[in-house]
Ligand binder design. Structure first.
Ligand code: GDP
Length: 700
């Protein structure tokens, strides 16, 4: 029969790990008793060691689920005693003083404002000297409720205790012999939930403090009958810290006491005395209680298992996953997605992106050097003059072209183009890191970003230097082939036409904003007269008196035009100017002169600069490809392995997988089903092993 309890205790803790619902509970023994009733002494006597927190004001704040596991001697060797806190991962704790310290720490970790915590401490003790038992030491049920504490705290404690002293648990009510049982808080609490005393067992401590006859009378249980009876003990622990034989001393004390009073306790064989008797009694009671729960629990587990199996089939089609497989899949997915995205970094695409950036630069250069130049229209006229030879063009224009070319080639192309591509990579990684499933894994996403930035940081300097170096020749001399020239010219026309459309669009918008084209021309006319007046004034006023020039807007006419519209008008004028110069340049670009070929570069700087931009883009793309992209694409998947995957231990892998709620639900259900299956298997094996459950004998 011994096997049964041991097995059922195992099953009980498995069931506890499945869930805390009442349906799946096997009985345990719940120990209650007021402060100083000797509750700790009794528990320690049963275990044979001092291990419970002691000291002033040291009341239990968390329930302790104490599982005792009897380890029989093997091959004549007595196994070592040790404790284990499965929730803490401390491994075997062989020193009971360490167990005591750990319990004290866990207790103190509950803030005193909360008084108690519902979260039980799981403690297992393996020893050849303990029986197979499960005991629950509760926060001072009775003592605290009598203390001066806010109602809400009392309720909280009472609720916690009520949860534990419910069926099917057995109540171990600890009462001191020198306190009238009528006043015993433990018995009072038990009577509330077990009025007939069917599942309460009394322990009378401090038997040595009352005359033996009085003690014997208490144990006979005539005044407060309990179905499971009373056991009398002398469990005085001397509380000498660290002395390992306190339990031994106590045991000797108890034997001495009951030995001395054999006349009283020995003659009435129905009286139960001594810690050994208590142990045996507890085993019997627990065993018979477990045996009678067996049928009910088997049914309950069967039902739960069927439900879990059904859900697993319906929700997941019986597909099993593991945290490891999820991690591996996620990493594969990551690499796969990355590879897919890298298609966006193929060389022609990069080249086009760089070209677009450089074309913007070209426009800036043209604006700065040509469009804002008052002489710009002249250049158009020169292009239309068929007799003019390029070498006869004024040096002014030749210098201009050289300045433009060097402004473009020396504008930091290496850095800008490298950063452009690096930025693309960065936002690619960002989009991976914020997308599924990395949105569930913030720490992994952070690492992903971290190491990709690191690779980029490493490469950016080298790459931009390299690119800058390779475009160096273009800073001195650019050779242009006729075919390149034609392409550049055509592209320049295209860009200018686009620019024209844009300017026209803007003008239309302004027109609409100020209220029509007539209104806009009036506004422009007004702004022009203002500007003329200002010029006149400046001409007649000495520069030192400039400050005294009255603001032009102060003339009466200004009231007709709100300042915001004057700003619009100035913009419109700028777009008009821009349009006229653009149109002139388009004409030039389309002229016979420009079509002639690269020898016309001085007349058509736009075509020339476009060719230069093209060459810069081509060269930059080539070296960015080698120095940045290839390196990044090589290193990135390897960093995934070494920084995301390989330094995860088993615990972290599980944590990672469980961060994803979809996976977590899947794993939870799967685990629940597995555990229930295992429990069911064990329960089934028990029914073959099990003898007819014998009701615990009555002692009366
Ligand atoms: P708890 O507060 O209910 O856990 O009670 P303790 O186990 O700490 O015991 C309270 C006090 O009673 C301690 O000083 C113990 O030494 C003493 N004590 C416990 N059991 C006995 C006993 O059987 N006989 C005597 N004389 N003292 C006891």
């Amino acid at each position: 029969l011994m096997h049964l309890t041991k097995k059922l205790i195992e099953i009980r803790s498995m069931l506890l790990s499945i869930d805390q619902s009442d349906a799946l509970k096997l009985p345990s023994i719940v120990v209650i008793g007021s402060q100083s009733s000797g509750k700790s002494s009794v528990l320690e006597a049963i275990v044979g060691h001092e291990f419970l927190p002691k000291g002033n004001n040291m009341v239990t704040r968390r329930p302790i689920e104490l599982t005792l596991i009897h380890t029989p001697p093997k091959d004549g060797k007595v196994p070592q005693e040790y404790g284990e806190f499965p929730g803490l991962g401390l491994g075997k704790v062989t020193n009971f003083a360490d167990i005591q310290r750990t319990l004290t720490d866990l207790n103190l970790a509950v803030p005193s404002t909360e008084a108690v915590s519902n979260d039980p401490i799981d403690l297992r003790i393996y020893s050849p000297n303990v029986p197979d038992l499960t005991l629950i030491d509760l926060p001072g049920y009775v003592q605290i409720s009598s203390m001066d504490q806010p109602e809400s705290l009392k309720e909280k404690i009472a609720a916690l205790c009520d949860k534990y002293i419910r069926e099917p648990n057995i109540i171990l009510a600890v009462c001191a012999a020198d306190v009238d049982l009528a006043n015993s808080p433990a018995l009072r609490a038990s009577r509330k939930v077990d009025p007939l005393g069917l599942r309460t067992i009394g322990v009378i401590t401090k038997m040595d403090l009352v005359p033996p006859e009085q003690g014997a009378s208490i144990l006979s249980g005539n005044r407060y009958p309990l179905h499971l009876g009373y056991v009398g003990v002398v469990a005085k622990s001397h509380g000498k810290k660290g002395s390992n034989d306190t339990a031994l001393v106590a045991a000797r004390g108890e034997n001495d006491y009951f030995g001395q009073h054999r006349d009283v306790f020995g003659s009435q064989s129905s009286l139960m005395v001594g810690t050994d008797t208590l142990r045996r009694r507890l085993m019997e009671v627990l065993e018979s209680s477990m045996a009678s729960s067996l049928h009910g629990i088997t049914n309950a587990v069967q039902l739960e298992l069927e439900e879990a199996t059904y859900q697993f089939k319906v929700q997941y089609n019986d597909r099993r996953i593991t945290a490891e497989s999820y991690v591996a899949e996620t990493m594969d997915l990551l690499k796969h997605r990355f590879k897919e995205y890298t298609q966006q970094f193929k060389r022609p695409i990069i080249r086009a992106k760089l070209k677009a950036m450089l074309e913007d630069k070209v426009m800036d250069v043209l604006e700065q050097l040509y469009w804002l130049d008052k002489r710009a229209p002249e250049l158009g006229a020169l292009a239309q003059d068929p007799k003019l030879k390029p070498e006869d063009v004024e040096p002014y224009w030749r210098h201009k072209l050289e300045a433009a070319s060097s402004l473009l080639t020396k504008s930091g192309v290496g850095r800008d183009s490298t950063l452009l591509v690096a930025d693309g990579l960065r936002s690619l990684i960002d989009s991976i890191a914020t997308g599924e499933p990395f949105n569930y894994h913030p720490r992994a996403a952070e690492r992903l970003i971290e190491f990709s930035h690191m690779i980029l940081r490493d490469r950016i300097g080298v790459t931009s230097d390299q690119v800058e170096n390779c475009i160096k020749p273009f800073k001195y001399d650019v050779e242009v082939e006729p075919r390149e020239w034609e392409a550049g010219r055509a592209r320049a026309v295209e860009l200018f036409e686009k620019e024209v459309t844009m300017c026209e669009q803007k003008l239309k918008e302004i027109q609409k904003k100020v209220g029509g084209s007539r209104r806009l021309s009036n506004l422009i006319g007004y702004v022009k007269t203002l500007e003329d007046k200002q010029k006149e004034r400046k001409a007649i006023t000495a520069p030192e008196n400039e400050a005294e020039v009255p603001a032009a807007e102060e003339t009466p006419e200004s009231y007709r035009y709100p300042p915001a519209q004057l700003v619009d008008a100035r913009y419109a004028m700028m777009y008009n100017d821009r349009l006229s110069i653009l149109k002139l340049r388009i004409m030039a670009l389309k002229s016979k002169r420009c079509r002639a070929g690269p020898q016309s570069e001085v007349f058509c700087p736009e075509a020339f600069l476009n060719v230069v931009a093209d060459k810069l883009a081509y060269t930059s793309a080539m070296f960015i490809n080698i120095e940045l992209l290839d390196q990044f694409f090589y290193q990135f998947p390897r960093e995934i392995d070494s920084r995301l995957l390989y330094d995860l231990d088993r615990k972290e892998i599980i944590e990672f997988a469980r961060e994803n709620p979809i996976v977590r639900r899947h794993l939870d259900l799967q685990e629940r089903k597995d555990k229930l299956e295992e429990v069911m298997k064990q329960l089934n094996s028990l029914s073959t092993l099990r003898a007819d459950p014998q009701p615990a004998p009555r002692r009366h």
